[in-house]
Structures are given as structure tokens and as C-alpha cells.
Ligand binder design. Structure first.
Ligand SMILES: Cc1cc2nc3c(=O)[nH]c(=O)nc-3n(C[C@H](O)[C@H](O)[C@H](O)COP(=O)(O)OP(=O)(O)OC[C@H]3O[C@@H](n4cnc5c(N)ncnc54)[C@H](O)[C@@H]3O)c2cc1C
Length: 380
């Protein structure tokens, strides 16, 4: 067993972990990131708003495509096209994105070890974490003053610290050949045929499309994705799978934000491990990177409880609002129909795009979202 001592240990080298590690190292904190598999590619649409690219220091080279329109389909087959003004959706490939973020963390001074976190041996003023080196199989015993857990939906660190798992939305997705698909447009399909409490999507990334669906019931995923693809691409699914699939269909989970635990003393939880995924849109890359940064800042100030305060000040209102929409609107076909069609109105499009494209939206514009959604709920 190898004994290691560091000031901060980051578990997981995805967007949250790489961002946390980079920020910690930039603050001069001795940091180790544990990533269990450098070759891992997370199943993900990879869409990031353009405003976040500069804000988060994401290198331009990982952007495969810049999408300028979205098309939203209602349960009864109506559609609304929205031109993105003031920004684009940048589509990335996750292995490239995650590797580049880890590289940035390393260039800023974080050490990155390809090892799997197993469990906490001891918590308290000093945390002792047990891990296993991927290549050599050697056991590592890492003592640190702080841990930032960013191990995604495995929740291994949270479970080891005694926390329960959150609720999930289940997804299935694959990369398929784009053929003649319009690369300018992301599609979102709402309604019970395409998923419940989520949506089916097509995100174009140049030489591939990310196609997938989400649902509350994992048992329905295969039938929903098959009928979605058959309907959308008008091909029999068996022929489709032979001809057009680039990757296998992969099932995965997305944590549902509800009442996340931000820290247990000197162990902080960021990204999917802290359930920082936006309800309804399931946008998680931006928020996981921001949560990693905020957790790191709190560690640098030796005030871990500051992480929750900073996070809630910046994002709680948006998350609560989208939680309400998810709960009240997306469960009911009539409501979804009206909600989608409401986006024909320019001012509604503008507000929806503020939520996605402009993360620095002022408090005033956030209040205008709230009043809009209150109005929607009232008229139903
Ligand atoms: C199908 C699907 C589509 C999505 N599409 C989008 C999208 O288009 N845009 C968007 O913004 N969000 C999207 N999301 C959400 C987004 O993928 C996540 O919110 C984001 O990846 C969270 O980043 P993270 O770093 O917290 O976790 P992850 O990306 O899951 O990273 C966790 C890392 O920890 C490592 N790890 C796990 N366990 C251990 C361990 N025991 N020891 C060491 N390392 C460990 C993993 O290998 C991984 O590298 C999508 C999610 C899904 C499932």
C-alpha cells in the first residue's frame, strides 16, 4: 500500500473534477485528481452554451459544431423553431472535452492519477481515502485536508460518507451518422411518445449526431428510442441500427436536483455527485464546472460551508423555477402541448434563451422568468 499526503483530493476527472482541480491548483493548493479511466467517454449530448466557453476556459478546439437554431416538437406534432440570438450551442465530444479539461488542470499544477476511489477509511479533520491504481493495481492510501467528490452518478464517495442517492431520470443514447441532417439545428421532442419528464433529442456534432431519450421508467427506454428513431428517420429500426449507428446504444442516469447536500464538513460534492443538473433541460456540463470551481474556492478560503452559499446565491432560483416546471408541466400531455406552443411568442423565446445562453443574466431578468412561469401556471 502506497501512502500519499495532499492538501486537497478531487475524486473524478470529468468536467466538475477537472474544473475543481484546476481552480485548487491555481490557488496554490497541493491537489491530486483521481480519475478511474482516462479513456472513458461519458454518454452525453455534449452541448454547451457559447457564453460558457470563454467563462470556463474551454478550448475552442473541442467544439465540433456551433448550432444556431433549436426546434421544439410538441406531443401532438406541432413544432416551434427558435433562432438563437446572442449565442450558439457548442457541441463537443465528451472524451475530447474531458481530456482537454484534465490537461488544463495538469498544466496549472494539479497531479492526475489514473486510479479508482474505493472508499473513505476515515473522515474528520483529516480524510483518509482508499483508491486503487488502474495500471499497477497497487492500493493507495491518500490523506487530505479536503476532498471534493466529483465522481458523477456512481455516488461512491457520497455513499461511503453515508449519504443516500438522489432520484434519477434514465437515458439511452447513441452517436449516429448525420447523413443529410441539418447541422444548424438541435431538436427536442416532448410528450409521452418521446419520453416522460424529459425529452428525446438530436444534437448535430459535424460527423455524428447524438440521438437519445430520457424517461422516469428505465423499462420504457428501448421502446421509446426505437419508435422515436423510426418515426424521426422513417426507417425500420433494425435496418437503421446496421446502417447508421456509429456507437452502441448506452443507458445512463441523470440525477434529479432536489435538495442536494453540498458538503459534509471538509468533504464537498460537486457536479452530478452534487446533483447540479438543471431540471427540464438536463444541462449539466456548465453547472458541474461552476460547482467544481465554487467548491474549490470555498476550500481555498478554508470555509467549505461557503460553497453552498455561493452556489445558492448564483443558481438556486433558476433551479427551483425549472423544478416547478418539471413537476407541474411535464407530467401532463396537455400542459406540455401548451408549454411548447407558448414558445411561439418572441418574449417567451427570449426568456428561455436567457436561461440557456446567458448564465450571467441579471437578477431582474431572473425575476422576469419567475413572473412568466407563474403566469403560465396560473392560466392552467
Ligand atoms: C445521455 C446524456 C446526455 C446529456 N447531454 C448533456 C448536454 O448536451 N449538455 C449538458 O450540459 N449536459 C448534458 N448531460 C449532463 C452531463 O453529462 C453531466 O451533468 C456532466 O457530465 C457532469 O459532470 P461531472 O464531472 O459531474 O460527472 P461525470 O461527467 O460523470 O464525470 C465523473 C468522472 O468521475 C470518474 N469516476 C467515477 N467514479 C470514480 C471513482 N470511484 N474513482 C475515480 N474516478 C471516478 C468517471 O470516470 C468520470 O470521468 C447529459 C447527460 C446524459 C446522461
Amino acid at each position: 500500500m502506497k501512502e500519499i499526503r495532499t492538501q486537497a483530493l478531487v475524486i473524478g476527472g470529468g468536467p466538475a473534477g477537472a474544473s475543481a482541480g484546476r481552480s485548487l491548483a491555481q490557488s496554490g493548493i497541493d491537489t491530486i485528481i483521481l480519475e478511474r479511466d482516462f479513456s472513458y467517454t461519458k454518454p452525453c449530448g455534449g452541448a454547451i452554451p457559447s457564453s460558457a466557453i470563454a467563462e470556463l476556459g474551454i478550448p475552442e478546439r473541442v467544439i465540433r459544431n456551433k448550432v444556431t437554431k433549436i426546434k421544439v416538437f410538441s406531443p401532438r406534432g406541432e413544432s416551434v423553431s427558435i433562432d438563437l440570438t446572442g449565442g450558439t450551442f457548442c457541441i463537443t465530444e465528451r472524451h475530447e472535452l474531458d481530456s482537454s479539461l484534465r490537461q488544463a488542470a495538469s498544466e496549472n499544477g494539479a497531479s492526475i492519477i489514473e486510479s479508482e476511489f474505493i472508499r473513505f477509511e476515515k473522515t474528520g479533520k483529516q480524510v483518509v481515502s482508499l483508491a486503487r491504481d488502474r495500471k499497477t493495481g497497487e492500493e493507495l492510501r491518500i490523506t487530505s485536508d479536503y476532498v471534493i467528490a466529483c465522481d458523477g452518478i456512481t455516488f461512491r464517495a457520497a455513499s461511503s460518507a453515508g449519504l443516500p442517492k438522489p432520484g434519477f431520470v434514465y437515458t439511452i443514447s447513441a452517436y449516429v451518422k448525420p447523413d443529410d441532417y441539418n447541422q444548424d439545428t438541435c431538436e427536442f421532442w416532448f410528450g409521452a411518445d418521446y419520453s416522460m419528464l424529459s425529452y428525446s433529442w438530436i444534437f448535430p456534432a459535424g460527423n455524428f449526431l447524438s440521438v437519445g431519450t430520457g424517461n422516469e421508467d428505465p423499462g420504457l427506454l428501448t421502446s421509446i428510442i426505437n419508435s422515436f428513431m423510426e418515426q424521426r428517420f422513417r426507417q425500420d429500426i433494425k435496418d437503421f441500427s446496421r446502417e447508421r449507428f456509429i456507437s452502441k446504444m448506452r443507458a445512463f442516469r441523470i440525477p434529479v436536483w432536489s435538495k442536494p447536500v453540498y458538503n459534509l464538513g471538509n468533504i464537498l460534492f460537486a457536479g452530478d455527485a452534487g446533483s447540479t443538473v438543471m431540471p427540464v433541460s438536463y444541462e449539466g456540463i456548465y453547472y458541474s464546472m461552476k460547482s467544481g470551481q465554487l467548491a474549490a474556492r470555498a476550500v481555498a478560503q478554508a470555509k467549505p460551508e461557503q460553497y453552498k452559499k455561493e452556489w445558492e446565491r448564483a443558481y438556486k432560483m433558476r433551479f427551483m423555477m425549472m423544478s416547478i416546471i418539471r413537476k407541474h408541466l411535464l407530467k401532463n400531455t396537455n400542459n406540455i402541448e401548451r408549454w411548447v406552443l407558448l414558445h411561439q411568442r418572441k418574449e417567451v423565446q427570449e426568456m428561455a434563451m436567457q436561461l440557456w445562453l446567458r448564465k450571467d443574466a441579471s437578477k431582474r431578468s431572473l425575476f422576469s422568468y419567475v413572473s412568466l412561469f407563474r403566469h403560465i401556471i396560473k392560466i392552467w
